[in-house]
Ligand binder design. Sequence first.
Ligand code: NAP
Ligand code: MG
Length: 495
Amino acid sequence: MNPLIQKQNFLSSPLRMVIGGQHKDASDGARLSVVDPSTGAEFTTLPAGGAEDADAAVKAARNCFESPAWQKMKPVTRQRLINKLADLIEEHAEELADLESIDGGKPRGIARASDVASVIDVFRYFAGWATKLTGETLDVSVPRMPDGEFFAYTSKQPVGVVVGITPWNFPISMAAWKIAPALAAGCTIVLKPAEDTSVTALRLAELALEAGFPEGAVNVVTGRGSEVGAALVAHPDVDKVSFTGSVATGQAIGRAAMDTMKRVTLELGGKSPVIVMPDADLDWAVTGAAMAIFFNQGQTCTAGSRLYVHKSIEAEFMARLTEQAKALKIGAAYEDGVFFGPMISESHAQKVSKYIEVGDAEGVTFTLRGQRLDREGFFVSPTIMSGTHQDMQVVQEEIFGPVLAASTFETEEEAIKLANGTQFGLAGSIWTKDIRAGHQMSAKIQAGIVWINCHNLFDPNLPFGGVGLSGVGRDLGKSAVEANLEQKSVLLRLE
Ligand code: NAP
Ligand code: MG
C-alpha cells in the first residue's frame, strides 16, 4: 500500500474533468482505472471522455476566448493571473509532488525537487512574456503603386483555441509546457493528459480557477488518446495542437491536423547520443552518462540511450559506469532516498524487458543485465549493453526505459557519424575539457539541443524540440509563445 495515497484529499472523491469551470464526468459515464506503478494497484478511476466531451471542452475554450472579458483583458492582468497560478502551485507543491509520485511512479523527492519546482519556474517565466509581445513596423516599397506614404506593421494575435496533448513521463511538467505559453499568448486551452497520468493536470485545472482564470480558459479532459484525443485533433474549431509523445502518434496527429490547417507543434521521441572524448573529466562524465540514461528510469525523451566512449578510456569508463548503475537505489516511489522507481505500467515494463532480450539475440555484451524485479509494481532494473553496432535494433529504436547501448569510437569524425546515425534528432551531449572542440562538434550534431559537459538540463528560456523524426517546432522559450501567436501584416495607405 502506498502511504502517500491516504494523505491526499484530492484522491478521496472521484476524479472529474474540468470543462468550462465545471467538474464533469464523461458524457456516457465511462471510467478508466488509474494504477500506482509502485504497487500495481488501482488507486482511483478517471472519466473516459469521448467525442462529446471533447466538443464540450472546445466550446468552453472558444466561448471563453471570444468573451469580451478575455478579449479585452490587459496583458498585465494575464501576467498576474499566470503568476498567481505559479504561487498556488508553490503553495501546493508538496501535494502536487505526492500526486505526481503516486500516479507516475516518480521518486517522491525527485517529483518535488525537479518536476514541481521546474513547473513553478515555467509558469513564472511565461507570465513575463504576456506583457512583452510585440509586432514590428516595416519600411515598404509597394510595387506598382505611385510614390506615396504607406505605413506598415505587424501585430501578434493569439491563435485562438489550443489543444495540448501530453505523455506520461513528465505529466505536470508537460502540462505546464503547453498551458503556460498558450495563456501568455492570450489563447485558451484544452489539455488531454496521458491516461496513465492525468491526476496532476486535473489538480492544475482547479488551481487555475482558484487563481482567477475565467471558466473555460483552462480545460482538462481525460480518457483515451484514440478517442477523446483524436476527437480534439479532428475538431474544426481548434486552432492549434501542441503534442508531446511518440513518433507514430505525432505523425497521425500532424496528418489529421492538416485537414483543417491547424498549427502544430510536435515533440516526439529520441535516441540521444552521449559522446565521451578521451580528455573528458571522468568523474563528471561517468555520473553524467549514468544520469543521462537512468534518470526517470530512462523514460525520458532526451535520455542518453546511446553511449559512444573513446576507445582509449573504454575499460575504465564502462567499469565505473556499471558500478554507479549497480549502486542506484531502486524502490517504490514513496520510499525515502529512492532514485530509481518503477516503469509506468505493466505493458511498458514488458516492452522494456523485451528489448533486453532483443539485445541478447543481437549479440550485445551485458556489462549489466537488467531484469524484472520479483516484487509488486512494474520494476525493471538498469541494463548496460556494450559492443553494440549501429544497425542493431537496440541502437536504432527508442526503448524509453533504463537500457543503455554503448560502443566506442576512435576519431571525432567517427563519433559525429555515429551520433547522427539514427532517424531521430532530439538531443545529445559531448563530454570534453576542450571547450573549443565541444563547441565545434555541437554544430555538427543533428539535434534540437546539444549539452556540453551536462545532459538532461532544461531552462524555461531555452527552446526545446527536435529535428528529423523527433518533431516539428519548439516548446519553451520565446519560440513557444510565438508558436501560439499568429502574425498579422497591416498595410495602411496614408495618401
Ligand atoms: P503516446 O502514446 O504518443 O501518447 C502521448 C499522448 O497522446 C497521450 O496523451 C495519448 O493518450 C495521446 N494519444 C494517443 N493516441 C492519440 C491519437 N490518435 N490522437 C490524439 N492523441 C493520442 O506516447 P506515450 O507512450 O504517452 O509517451 C512516450 C513517448 O513520448 C516516447 O516515444 C517519448 O519519446 C515521447 N516523448 C517525447 C517528448 C518530447 O518532448 N520530445 C517528451 C516526452 C515524451 P493515451 O495516454 O490515452 O494513450
Ligand atoms: Mg498511473
